[in-house]
Design a protein around this ligand. Structure first.
Ligand SMILES: Nc1nc2c(c(=O)[nH]1)N[C@H]1C(S)=C(S)[C@@H](COP(=O)(O)OP(=O)(O)OC[C@H]3O[C@@H](n4cnc5c(=O)[nH]c(N)nc54)[C@H](O)[C@@H]3O)O[C@H]1N2
Ligand SMILES: Nc1nc2c(c(=O)[nH]1)N[C@H]1C(S)=C(S)[C@@H](COP(=O)(O)OP(=O)(O)OC[C@H]3O[C@@H](n4cnc5c(=O)[nH]c(N)nc54)[C@H](O)[C@@H]3O)O[C@H]1N2
Ligand code: SF4
Ligand SMILES: [Mo]
Length: 692
């Protein structure tokens, strides 16, 4: 290695929820190689194709490199280059004008998947600005699991992949593609190699389903019903952990009475499974000690998200797998800054009353605004108008249900600005776009604030190009103008130090160590009980009436039902080499996933006269898109998978061909789950035809 070449250790980020330790080789200020760090705390050398290609995001010629301001019509693709001072001045002046005229709540702040510390920087920006309206995708991502967990057992039960389990249940979780929750799939694969059994509850037969004791290819969207069927069997056959249930649960008799209405025969008809499969699943899960349940994203993709999540936490409790090693745990955080003080929640004390969602009866604990309600506010003034929007790390036009509605809403805003790496279809509708630095170009702390009991050091390895700024620096720069210099530091590194301060560990030491982990303690309830109103796991929610929640898990039907016109059920799964709508411009990733794919079972395809590689039109009540057909035996008959997040940066269209293959033209934001404002993204009646 010559003197211009260095190897730097950091963690992969902004590519999924993982956090693989990486060794990055930098030569003359450019990244030339990435490999998995054998000492990586989570991954022990593992790295995926996305992680390997991650530096290529940095060097694309069309990457945004300086701030721009719209000239001409919204979305016309005409921009003028402006200085950072002009850009920050314009954004703060316009947002302040709205604040002075209509109140701070008429400005909303936008976020996507939590990617780094800037997620919390943006929440702090909204709070210090004075707005209660922070809009994110949490209606379809984690809020249903986390908040339902908190209501039921006082914490969000995270799957424990770090300790051996007798059984792991992958329930709507494709961990080998997605590395959900910082659980790197290599940890699970290692366990499976050492004898851990698997059960897979998923309409798709993955490679792990091939190895499983049991694969349940249920009908998409029927998870709440299946959970109730399994609870029925576990109670009827007395397979539950009697001691735990007696000492630590509330409402067992009521749950038992409720579950009695869901015998396997009834549930089989709803879920497209056999009654015997439901019995086997219940026995397998209840009898394995310990069993970890990895619950994935699609259970949060229908209006039944609350019931589905409730059912799963009840299963964890009945089987005695809550807060046990190798089960579903409540990790303790290291000694770092608490979230509330960090984001300055105190500055908007009446947030719960003021936020847009208060008018729609969502769970009061749910502190971000479901995108459906933002659009009602912008377009209909319901319950009051929102006129300004500043977003970071998100591409709403591609990722929110009902993309046409999103487009109308973004176009109707008085002022819209965002920070981006690239001119995405959403950024193309903005008034001002700021050029963000990409991960690997700025110092960052990973996994803060998401309850996994650890944080990861992500030191930068190269400098950002030209005028690109670290996302957290952008928060600071806007914060100083919009909220005052006493609330925001000049240099974003102070925001990293604030997180670490209580630990007494400096940034340099943190980078040296790579991660900080909280103390490992299990069965904490034995001494302290559960943090719920009754101190027990609430199989029946004791405060249901107070919060307007259904007290017991139930099956309330599919959001929409199939019929003669739309006889198939459309759902989705994340592609291993893509992240939602991100990085479609990165050639190395695009080569591995060149076009949007719709997968069908070969028997369904044959009936419809569809062959591999055909262009197919996928239609729902809401609209149509065109993708490329892939015939896949692994897809359950009657189910269709389309890919979401597809646009075409290479096209001449300023909005990147957002209408051609965009899954969210097929979804609707009209019928929403009450608890979280969740639309239907996973159980959509559809038809598929070959394009003539
Ligand atoms: N490569 C990659 N990784 C990612 C992401 C990405 O975009 N790409 N996104 C990240 C984000 S933000 C998230 S939230 C996570 C999500 O990660 P996961 O929770 O793993 O979610 P998905 O890939 O959406 O779906 C998981 C599985 O659910 C199955 N499924 C579909 N519908 C249903 C259903 O109705 N019921 C059941 N039981 N199963 C169903 C699918 O076949 C799939 O195998 O991944 C993160 N990691
Ligand atoms: N139909 C359908 N819709 C879905 C889902 C689904 O499964 N099906 N999944 C849902 C889920 S789980 C989630 S979490 C959301 C995800 O929604 P988003 O988080 O909005 O989706 P991403 O494509 O990850 O968008 C992030 C944007 O961040 C930009 N970006 C990347 N790095 C940086 C950076 O350093 N700084 C800045 N400022 N920007 C950066 C990317 O260019 C991209 O445009 O989508 C949801 N939407
Ligand atoms: S699994 Fe996730 S964290 Fe690990 S290298 Fe791949 S994208 Fe990065
Ligand atoms: Mo997500």
């Amino acid at each position: 290695m010559d003197q211009n070449t260095r190897e730097i250790k950091t963690h992969c980020s902004y590519m999924d929820h993982g956090g693989c330790g990486l060794i990055v080789t930098v030569q003359d200020g450019r990244i030339v190689k990435v490999k998995g760090d054998p000492d990586g705390w989570l991954n022990q050398g593992y790295v995926c194709p996305k992680g390997l290609a991650s530096p290529k995001r940095l060097y694309h010629p069309q990457r945004l490199r300086h701030p721009v301001r719209r000239v001409g019509e919204r979305g016309s693709g005409n921009w003028e280059r402006i200085s950072w001072d002009e850009a920050l001045e314009e954004i703060s002046a316009r947002l302040d004008e709205i604040r002075k005229r209509d109140g701070a709540r008429s400005v909303a702040f936008g976020l996507g998947m939590p990617k780094g510390l800037d997620h919390f920087g943006q929440i702090r920006l909204a709070n210090t600005f004075g707005s209660p309206n922070l809009v994110a995708s949490q209606d379809v991502c984690h809020a249903p699991r986390e908040i339902t967990g908190v209501h039921t057992c006082g914490f969000y039960p995270v799957v424990d992949f770090k300790h051996p389990s007798e059984l792991v249940v992958l329930w709507a979780s494709a961990v080998t593609n997605t590395n959900e929750e910082g659980g790197i799939c290599s940890q699970l694969l290692k366990q499976v190699g050492q004898g851990t059994k698997l059960m897979v509850i998923d309409p798709y037969r993955s490679s792990l389903a091939d190895k499983a004791e049991l694969w349940l290819p249920l009908r998409p969207g029927s998870d709440a019903a299946l959970a109730l069927g399994m609870i029925n069997v576990i109670i009827a056959e007395k397979l539950y952990d009697a001691e735990f249930v007696a000492k630590h649960t509330h409402g067992f008799a009521e749950l038992a009475a409720q579950a009695a209405d869901y015998p396997p025969e009834r549930v089989a008809a709803i879920t497209w499974l056999e009654p015997e499969q439901i019995r086997r699943a219940a026995r397998l899960y209840a009898q394995a000690k310990p069993a970890a349940l990895a619950w994935g994203n699609p259970i949060e993709h229908t209006n039944n998200a609350f019931h589905a999540a409730r059912g799963l936490v009840c299963l964890m409790a009945l089987s005695g797998n809550l807060d046990v090693m190798g089960g579903n745990i409540s990790p303790l955080e290291p000694k770092i800054a608490g979230l509330g003080p960090y984001v300055r929640a105190d500055l908007v004390p009446d947030k719960r009353k003021q936020m847009l969602s208060a008018a729609h009866g969502v769970i009061p604990r749910f502190m971000t605004i479901p995108p459906a309600y933002l659009r009602r506010a912008i377009l209909e003034g319901d319950p009051y108008p929102v006129k300004g929007f500043f977003s970071m790390d998100t591409n709403p036009l591609m990722v929110w249900a009902d993309s046409r509605l999103t487009k109308r809403a973004l176009e109707s805003l008085e002022f819209f600005a965002c920070a981006e790496l690239f001119m995405t279809p959403s950024a193309a509708l903005a008034d001002v776009v700021l050029p963000a630095a990409a991960s690997l170009e700025f110092d960052d702390i990973g996994h803060y604030g998401i309850g996994h009991g650890f944080i990861l050091a992500r030191p930068h390895v190269v400098d950002p190009p030209e005028e690109c700024r670290a996302p957290m620096q952008i928060c600071c720069d806007l914060g100083r103008r919009l909220a005052g210099e006493e609330l925001w530091p000049e240099d974003y590194h102070d925001m990293l130090d604030m997180v670490l301060e209580p630990s007494g560990v400096s940034w340099e030491e943190f980078v040296e160590r790579g991660h900080l982990q909280g103390p490992q303690k299990f069965r904490k309830y034995a001494e302290k009980g559960f943090r719920t109103p009754t101190g027990k796991v609430e199989l029946r929610l004791s405060a249901a009436e107070k919060f307007g929640l259904p007290p017991l898990p139930a099956w309330v039907g599919f959001p929409e039902d199939i019929d003669e016109e739309f006889p198939l059920v459309l759902t989705g799964r994340k592609n291993k080499v893509a992240l939602h709508s991100s990085y479609r411009w990165v050639e190395e990733l695009r080569k591995q996933n060149p076009e949007p794919i719709t997968e069908l079972n070969p028997a369904d395809a044959q009936r419809l006269g569809i062959a591999e590689g055909d262009q197919v039109r996928v239609s729902t009540q809401q609209g149509s898109i065109v993708q490329t057909a892939k015939l896949n035996q692994r897809v359950r008959q009657g189910v269709v998978y389309a890919e979401h997040g597809w646009w075409f940066p290479e096209e001449d269209d300023p909005l990147g061909g957002w209408e051609r293959a965009n899954f969210n033209l097929l979804t609707s934001a009209a019928k929403l789950g009450k608890e979280f404002g969740t639309p239907n993204m996973a159980a959509i009646p559809c038809k598929v035809e070959k394009v003539a």
